[in-house]
Design a protein around this ligand. Structure first.
Ligand code: SF4
Length: 146
């Protein structure tokens, strides 16, 4: 799976490079934290150092995961197809390869919930709330409830 993700995400290289210059590394707004996380994970995928697990994933689960991302984008960014496909690759990488949460550690949501790292795993204090949303991506996220 990893090699396919790497192949698929390559086409975004020039776009990511041009956006990288616009990123304010000191800005810790949720949107900027997410953009920095996307960039970090893009670079991780493109880097050759990755030596994680590369298991085969159940096809039905994978399809459901992608449908859930489509659903999320249909709500929040229905016209941004290119970005949606980019995020799909990053999300698959985070969940199945890197085993990192879908939202970045350090983020604080508008309801005060946060994501952080604790003793080698990831915690999301909002998971038990957000998982109730229709087709919630939290179902796949590696972050745990506290
Ligand atoms: S559990 Fe849900 S809200 Fe929390 S980091 Fe994962 S996807 Fe985001």
């Amino acid at each position: 799976m990893f090699l396919k993700l790497k192949r698929d995400i390559k086409k975004y290289q020039s776009k990511v490079s041009s956006n990288e210059g616009l990123l304010n590394k000191e800005n810790n707004s949720p949107m900027n934290i997410i953009s920095k996380y996307n960039l970090e994970n893009f670079n991780e995928i493109m880097g050759s150092e990755f030596k994680g697990n590369d298991d085969e994933i159940d096809g039905k689960e994978l399809e459901d995961f992608k449908l859930s991302i489509d659903h999320y984008f249909s709500l929040y960014a229905p016209d941004d197809e290119e970005f949606r496909e980019f995020i799909k690759i990053i999300s698959l990488y985070l969940t199945y390869i890197a085993k990192k949460p879908l939202h970045p550690p350090g983020i604080i949501f508008s309801n005060g919930s946060k994501v952080y790292r604790s003793e080698g795993s990831y915690v999301c204090t909002g998971k038990n709330i957000f998982i109730k949303d229709e087709l919630s991506l939290c179902r796949y996220c590696v972050a745990n409830n506290p």
